[in-house]
Design a protein around this ligand. Structure first.
Ligand SMILES: C[S@@+](CC[C@H](N)C(=O)[O-])C[C@H]1O[C@@H](n2cnc3c(N)ncnc32)[C@H](O)[C@@H]1O
Length: 344
């Protein structure tokens, strides 16, 4: 196990502000009505001044400030209110914090209303849950305004998670030896972007569904690495993966698929990979809360609990596909991750 106690884990500080539902809800409102922005602009503020900017009455502002105080977002200093130093530091990951708040609020009803169904009748949960409606890959094939809008919505969550999770992967594997990377299910290109930024000699192909690629192309377009990242629309069915790559990556991708399709993806990756090339799987491992209560902000991930695998599930499938030199590193982030590497 790599204990991973370095800067690559700094982003995890946002989780303490999404740990309980009441504090998280108060924080969402505080972002929404400009309460936090006001406190960012001023070192400290009186409650009446905050109330005026956010257009709250005195009692509303008091309740919100009390909830945020209990959540350690702000402190009371005499008659004034100010952000805690820890929260100010956490704001450097504001995009992630707001995406996680939104993601948790979107799918929390699945947990609160349907937890019994989740445990007792998984197919009914699949039909009823907002989670699977949100991540609807059916809407990623035809580029219509409605499909683009619904796809942009969930890609915001995957992209912001990947932006910060990538650092641990980069730290634990030497990518400098590769020239051409294929990221299967590479989404907005965020993972490819992070790897290309660290490794100027690398070019990347992002392989994903058509609407996802369209949005991804815009996502990376303004980045200095854009010229080294191309997008390839995934063909329906089990066709060949793009060839001529010496690295194929699957980041948080394979858990989406039942065992048979997971094995098919790995076999297709083996067939497409250049001889001597590498394959990397970077994924959450099984959900294990240990003796701790599951945090509110972890609900979206926990709802996928049946999908996550142990490393052995992937190492066995890799061996069956023909890979050798299979190795696994465990990396502790918001949940245990595994970094599985293999060679063709
Ligand atoms: C759970 S997301 C993971 C995205 C990204 N790799 C990440 O770490 O956030 C799974 C990705 O697989 C893509 N996908 C779904 N079906 C696919 C297919 N047949 N071929 C390639 N990608 C596919 C989805 O559009 C989505 O971007």
């Amino acid at each position: 196990m790599n204990p991973g106690r370095g800067a690559e884990r700094d982003y995890l500080c946002v989780d303490q502000y999404i740990a309980d539902a009441v504090g998280a809800r108060a924080l969402s409102t505080a972002f929404e009505i400009g309460f936090i922005d006001d406190l960012v602009r001023h070192t400290s503020r009186s409650l009446p001044a905050l109330a005026e900017t956010a257009r709250l009455d005195r009692r509303g502002a008091m309740l919100l400030a009390d909830l945020l105080g209990a959540a350690r977002v702000l402190d009371f200093v005499g008659d004034l209110v100010q952000l805690t130093p820890d929260f100010r530091r956490a704001l450097q990951f504001r995009d992630l914090m707001e995406a996680k708040l939104d993601f948790a609020a979107t799918v929390a009803p699945d947990f609160f209303d349907l937890f019994t169904t989740l445990l007792t009748d998984p197919p009914a949960f699949f039909r009823q849950a907002k989670l699977f409606d949100l991540f609807s890959y059916d809407r990623c094939i035809d580029s219509t305004p409605e499909n683009r809008a619904s796809t942009v919505r969930w890609m915001r969550f995957t992209t912001s998670l990947t932006k910060y999770e990538s650092a641990a992967c980069l730290l634990n594997h030497d990518f400098s030896v590769y020239r051409r990377m294929l990221d299967v299910g590479g989404n907005s290109g965020e993972f490819a972007l992070r790897v290309c930024r660290e490794h100027p000699g690398l070019r990347a192909t992002v392989y994903d569904l058509p609407v996802v690629c369209e949005i991804g192309e815009k996502h990376v377009a303004e980045e200095p690495e854009a010229g080294r990242i191309s997008f390839e629309r995934a063909a329906p069915g089990n066709g060949r993966l793009p060839e001529n790559h010496d690295l194929i990556t699957f980041k948080s991708m394979l858990h989406d698929w039942p065992d048979e399709q997971m094995r098919s993806f790995l076999q297709r990756a083996y067939d497409a990979l250049l001889p001597g090339g590498s394959l990397i799987i970077f994924e959450r491992s099984v959900v294990d809360t240990g003796e701790r209560q599951l945090a509110y902000g972890q609900i979206p991930i926990a709802l996928f609990f049946r999908s996550y695998r142990v490393p052995g599930d992937y190492t066995t499938a890799l061996r069956q596909a023909g890979f050798t030199q299979i190795a696994c590193t465990k990396i502790d982030l918001d949940m245990p991750f595994m970094l599985v590497t293999a060679t063709k």
